[in-house]
Design a protein around this ligand. Sequence first.
Ligand SMILES: *Cc1c(COP(=O)(O)O)cnc(C)c1O
Length: 348
Amino acid sequence: MQYEIDLRSDTVTKPSAEMRVAMANAEVGDDVVGFDPTVESLQDYVADLLGKEAALYMPSGSMTNQIAIRLHCDRGDEFLCEADCHVYNYEQAAFAQLSGIAVRPVQGKHGILQPEQLHGKIRPGGDHLVRTTLVTLENTHNRGGGSIQPLEYVDAICSWAQENKLKRHLDGARLFNAVAATGIDAKRWAQGFDSVSVCFSKGLGAPVGSALAGSKQFIALARRARKLFGGGMRQVGIIAAGALYAIQNNCERLIDDHENASLLAEAVRNSPVLLLDNEPQTNIVIATVRPEFGTSADLLNLLTSKSIGALAIGPQQVRFVTHLDVNRGQIERACEVIDSCARHTSCV
Ligand SMILES: *Cc1c(COP(=O)(O)O)cnc(C)c1O
């Protein structure tokens, strides 16, 4: 299905003409047999941006997250995470399937955990119990509606974890949205973590890829694990060039997506048919369809008939994500369509 205004996800963006030129002209090598110069440039750039010793390019954010978890935990270990996070909900429990690791999810609010909620969640020693070895956080939080983890919570959780000898992993698939929205740089957000995963194919607009950053020793192990997971890629500079272009050119403009999300949120708030789940802090708007008017499927049908794409994330819940392939004018049109829902007695 092709939509004129595609708000299903920020992954739907297509490489721009300039990005395609960078990709077409990329210098390449064999990144499995040896190295690829464009990948090296990307990895160095990302490591520096995140204040870590090294970084490694991979095909997806699921792979960077799952390799990080695998390396931080032994078989039979358990990690702590927020209950609505991507690692736990949207990666097929790969930590269990591929690495023999267990999870203890803790329910936050819009993806945000109060630091105290983790206290007491570390298993005491003993032959009956799994060992707790890792805590993961997600920033911004996807299912939480693009919510930003408050920096003081991140600091409190990371220091608590360190005091208790837990490793820390950050799923920063949309970390640059948090950077754009707060003005706090990526290095500062990444500071308390042993490893950080970032995505180039979300709001940054590259076609493929993620990076995992951490210490040199950790990234050397990650490179071995990447081969094990089938993620070694050869003349991969072609796609890494798109990722490098994206991170060098598309970070600051994320602010535009946030403003567009605010505009959409206003339309949702003013609609008698919809309920705004939370005030968007970045580029994700989650709306609940009031049951007396219909379901999320009904709303999607109406939107689809106007060539607007959105995603049903529950029987009553719909998600809209703004990104660089949807401009202000198109957002205004989407708002008009949302307004028009009210004129139908049942949305819909
Ligand atoms: C998209 C996403 C990922 C990674 O997804 P892939 O499709 O595997 O690249 C990880 N975490 C979050 C929060 C995401 O939104």
